[in-house]
Design a binder for this molecule. Structure first.
Ligand code: ADP
Ligand code: ZN
Length: 656
């Protein structure tokens, strides 16, 4: 790999600003996004930074550009701590594509390869080194960092996915707890910690455990405007999902989350039988299969990954067009993280969830029967409640979602820090826009649900459970309760002589579906608890105000079923540039460029989007450049890629 040749200085400002110059020359992007410029300046100046930015916000550049600039200034290498060994190869590959010297050290390397990288480090050749957190406690590695430090070649620590340090979230990694060691042992090396996890508790954990009290914190808005949120009532979930897939996402890449390994396997098999390119992913599969499936998802087009929550962290595939939940996530944090994997490229994407009474029952039971301490269970229950409220809501999902993370009542972008999101370490407030009560891109906004007053049926259901308990000393599940309310005779109702109850048949006027919705809501509200192996319903204190008529129960009419709108040009995208319109010729050029990209990606053993993102190919197809200078002007074409691919691109364009 030859040295980087700087062709020309694109703008006068970049001449004085090394960070902007790197952005333009190396990465080929004209300008920084959001808070990137501030973050990069802070870290280059040697201050610690804590970066909270949603998925797709552009976190990588926040440490890659300081790494390059600090290396140019002779300050040595940046150590990137990243939890996922399986992704390091691609991360390093992407940097090599833009001409930045990078390497990883992990357990997949043999001794010889490890030695070679150590030598490169000590001679100051590398700009970035990726390593997994467990390596930090390894004596040989510590000695290596010591040697680098002595030579003043240890430039920066970047801690990616920093939320893994918190037991609060589901990505907790024991090894992350050791990372405070970096600061203790090499206190003069600046650090940047990054995450897309938004909740306050995790944030506080990161500051404390990584000793980032003095770091400047940069909190972006967590809104993902291009993601359309939708929750449908679970009836026949497979059929519902298939319809969604066929109507809106034929041939698209997507992720389908299921609650168990068994369900993942069954769902993937079933999708395959439907002719969908589906692959399973869960912790029960052997490492090789997992790696192979993940690789195919990243490298091939249009794969549907069916997975447990074991899948997804660190996956930077930009064109995941939908994330579907066939089972309820554990909490809003999980829902936000999982759905956030859709639409990293800023183009329209869908978050689709099917949710029903059985999900509520199941999740409650898992908490109740779990091994956890009672205090922890209480937290889990309240988190589940918040998620259920989101699923049951009849108003804007986005407003609720962001409200949960303390956003929404926010002042305009440059206003003072806000209540729920007081920045840590004396930093800046979130950058964002004020959201009204309406986002225009969720099911409830696009298709406001009719709401009916279910207070009366709610009271009926609760008093029926009361009769079971008080008059008969019995407990029953939802199915039987609905039969009694609707006056439907079964062996069980006869056996227990439930026809004699005063609540027998009082709910005839409502359909079984309506009753399921009422019960779901009552469980969601905590008025009914689900207990034991038979998932029986038990009255809770929270039932009182409803029984007394002090609290109304309002439900959505029907269910948020069906399409909100056809996915298409009218959909929101978060991209800053307007979508490029391609005429027939340009479309043909785009196809040729894509075919060329597939070839290059295969030769380099990298996902296609790391060679060039779609946005770059689109711009190339639209502009149809005829000289290298014109190619260089396209966003995403830096110096190295121009040198490596410029002529090829011109050839492909002129031949198509
Ligand atoms: P994150 O890690 O925050 O999820 P990434 O770092 O993967 O996001 O960035 C998402 C995408 O946005 C990448 O394709 C990246 O190259 C692109 N990107 C980041 N910053 C900029 C910028 N300033 N201009 C143009 N594209 C950018
Ligand atoms: Zn909305």
């Amino acid at each position: 790999m030859g040295p980087l040749t700087i062709r020309s200085v694109p703008s006068p400002s970049s001449a004085q600003n090394p960070a902007l110059s790197v952005l333009q020359q190396v990465f080929g992007y004209p300008s920084f996004r959001g808070q990137q410029a501030d973050i990069v300046d802070t870290v280059i100046a040697g201050r610690d930074a804590l970066v909270l930015m949603p998925t797709g916000g552009g976190k990588s550049l926040c440490y890659q550009i300081p790494a390059i600039v600090r290396q140019q200034q002779g300050r040595g290498v940046t150590l990137v701590v990243s939890p996922l060994i399986a992704l390091m190869h691609d991360q390093v590959g992407a940097l090599e594509e833009v001409g930045v010297k990078a390497a990883f050290l992990n357990s997949t390397l043999d001794f010889e390869a490890t030695r070679r990288i150590e030598r490169q480090l000590l001679s100051g050749e590398l700009t970035l080194l990726y390593a997994a957190p467990e390596r930090v406690t390894n004596a040989r590695f510590q000695a290596l960092l010591d040697s680098l430090h002595e030579r003043e070649l240890l430039g920066l620590f970047a801690i990616d996915e920093a939320h893994c340090v918190s037991q609060w979230g589901h990505d907790f990694r024991e090894d992350y707890l050791q990372l405070s060691l970096l600061h203790e042992r090499w206190p003069d090396v600046p650090r940047i910690a990054l995450t897309a996890t938004a909740d306050a508790h995790t944030r506080a954990d990161m500051v404390e455990r990584l000793q980032l009290q003095d770091a400047r914190s940069f909190i972006s808005s967590f809104d993902r405007p291009n993601i359309r949120y939708r929750v449908v009532e679970k009836k026949d979930p497979r059929a519902q999902f298939l319809r969604f897939l066929y109507d809106e996402h034929k041939g698209d890449a997507g992720i389908v989350y299921c609650g168990s390994r068994k369900k993942v396997d069954e769902t993937a098999e079933w999708l395959l039988a439907q002719g969908i390119k589906a692959l399973p992913y869960h912790a029960g599969l052997d490492t090789a299969t997992r790696a192979k499936n993940q690789d195919r998802f990243l490298r091939e087009d249009g794969i549907v990954m069916v997975a447990t929550i074991a899948f997804g962290m660190g996956i930077d595939k930009p064109d995941v067009r939908f994330v579907a939940h066939l089972d309820l996530p554990k909490n809003i944090e999980g829902y936000y993280q999982e759905t956030g994997r859709a639409g990293r490229d800023g183009e329209a994407a869908d978050a689709w969830m099917a949710y029903g009474l059985a999900d509520v029952v199941q999740q409650r039971r898992m908490i109740d029967e779990g091994e956890a301490h009672e205090d922890f269970k209480r937290i889990q229950r309240s988190k589940l409640d918040a998620l259920l409220a989101l699923a049951e809501s009849t108003d804007c999902r986005r407003v609720r979602l962001l409200g949960y993370f303390g956003e929404g009542e926010s002042p305009p972008a440059d206003g003072p820090p806000l209540g729920g999101r007081a920045p840590l370490g004396g930093g800046e407030g979130p950058q964002g826009r004020r959201l009204g009560a309406y986002c225009g891109n969720c099911d409830n906004c696009l298709n406001p649900p009719a709401v009916w007053d279910a207070s009366e049926p709610a009271r009926m259901a609760l008093s029926c459970v009361y009769r079971f308990q008080k008059e008969r000393g019995q407990r029953f599940g939802a199915g039987h309760l609905i039969d009694v309310l609707r006056g439907k005779e079964t062996d069980k109702t006869r056996q227990h002589r439930h026809q004699e109850l005063s609540t027998w048949g009082i709910g005839r006027l409502h359909s079984e579906t309506q009753w399921r919705a009422v019960l779901r809501q009552l469980i969601a509200l905590g008025a009914l608890h689900v207990e034991g192996e038979y998932q029986t319903l038990v009255l809770a204190d929270e039932a009182r105000p409803i029984l007394r008529g002090e609290q109304a129960v309002r439900l959505r009419e029907g269910s948020g079923e069906g399409r909100v709108a056809k996915a298409g040009k009218t959909r929101k995208s978060a991209a800053t540039a307007p979508p490029v319109h391609l005429d027939a010729d340009a479309q043909q050029r785009l196809e040729a460029l894509k075919a060329w990209r597939t070839e290059v990606a295969r030769e380099h053993d990298l996902p296609a989007y790391l060679i060039f993102p779609n946005s770059t190919l689109n711009e190339l197809a639209a502009r149809n450049p005829s000289s290298l200078d014109e190619v260089a002007a396209v966003s995403g074409v830096g110096a190295k890629k121009l040198e490596a691919y410029g002529r090829e691109l011109l050839r492909v364009l002129s031949a198509s």
